[in-house]
Design a protein around this ligand. Sequence first.
Ligand code: N01
Length: 548
Amino acid sequence: MPEALSDKHHTDLDAVVIGAGFAGMYQLICLRDRLGLSVKVLEAGDGVGGTWYWNRYPGARCDSESHAYWFTFDPELMKGWEWSERYPEQPEILRYLNYVADRYDLRRNIQFNTRVTSARFDEAANRWHVRTADGESFTAKFVITAVGCLSTANVPNIPGLESFKGDWYHTGMWPHGGVDFRGKRVGMIGTGSTGIQAAPVIAETAKHLTVFQRTANYSVPARNVPLTPEFKQWIKDNTHTIRTATRETLNGQPFRIEQRKALETPAEERERLYEEAWERGGLQFRATFEDMMASKEANDTAAEFVKKKIRQIVKDPKTAAILSDIDHPYAGKRPPIDTDYFETYNRDNVTLVDVKAAPIQAITPNGIRTSDAEYELDIIVFATGFDAMTGPLLAIDISGRDGLKLRDVWEAGPLNYLGLQVAGFPNLFTITGPGSPSVLCNMPVAIEQHAEWIADCIKYMNAHGIDTIETTPEKMAGWVQTVNEVASKTLLSTVQHSWYLGANIPGKPRVFMPYAGGMVPYREICDDIAAKGYESFVLSKARATAPA
Ligand code: N01
């Protein structure tokens, strides 16, 4: 019996979109409202929001400024929403995404509490078969993954976790009712962007917070503030300027990288500029000099500045030394920004443990044991990151032509073209997939570009009677080489233990995954391909001959 007929429920569609975060929501708008396609978005959570639905940990806040971290495709949408702070907090972003869902009536095409388990391409019918954990199935001409880059939580395999008598949580799977830290001894593993946001807030209520740091990290103050009425009005009056600005910068941010070199700036002046950037706060610290990410010597000047700040802020010299013993260039890993992170170590109820010097050996019934001590804990917080970029895609059993498995094609790393398509998987598009600017760009900007490009491509296909679009192994090989080449021109590729390379997941191939050439050139490449009738893809009119 054909697979579809044996299913509990079966629906046939033009497109299935997997995930209802920023990406899935906008893809739905593009395909349903602009192209008139039948679309279903399948979402594992019980609401929209993706990253902002799952990451409800204390202190969760966006690192991009609110006026640049939203959809910009509709000026009326922008004028209808008002951000309250320079960096929006998770609940506010979730409210925003619900406002978008309401405004465009998105929920009627989103099926919640639905986890996609497999997607299989049926060559005879030229259709994808998508199955869910509940045994539902969908067929569609197109499958578009909008699964996010940082959505597969990494809980490290530390022996003994199952024996722990207290409670434990991963920041990316945070309980919706929150966690009460009052009177509790809390241990937090991880000092990436998440741990750095969470520690100061956990410390406010916990009886004691012990932070287990393996790799010391830079952080720059966010300098979060409420937005003034004047700035809120400026946003409403300048929606076009904001949209344009975020499209003209390499990383989709509303600020430009300064056209001056750290190494050509006299030391005193350089210090003054870093000081100014530190006071201004935020990710633009990285934009202080244009050679910061290209020259180790230039980067050292920024790195030393931040390390000096850490030593000034943290009063205990031993703790300050552990926090400032940073082994990689500034922004060589994703640079966090914070609110009172280093200051938190001056509190009496916060302890830093250097687990590089004395590694974690086990989780015991009572807490965490390192090679030189045992720490008694009531709660363990894993701020240990994600199986980034490939993890969410490989969590779905995806098979293409001839039963080809995505996990086999990607055994040695994510082969793809433009981060959008994989050879052997026709009509499957991966929004912000590995090989695209994605995590190196302000996410909504990267997402809007991908969703619009995919919609334009489908429109072109439909107008020209084309049934399938796919890339080739040669195009993938060329693109992967390009991704490596552009990364090798930056200091990003010199950091061997970053999640950009998959190094945080044991056994994961070490391949630099995001495209580091910048959003502007990437957009030009994609636009050029579209303008030439998608000539670098294989377009086929092979029509279906028989039902699946
Ligand atoms: O995860 P991470 P994250 N034992 O992988 C440590 C985005 N984000 O959730 O560096 C001990 O960066 C690990 O140590 P090490 C942003 O893109 C955005 O913080 O591997 N420690 C590291 O300290 C970010 O980059 C925002 O030695 C272990 C930490 O856990 C990305 O999400 C906010 C360990 C993981 O850091 C991921 O950030 C937050 C072990 N076994 C995040 N395993 C906003 O902008 C891991 N670690 C809103």
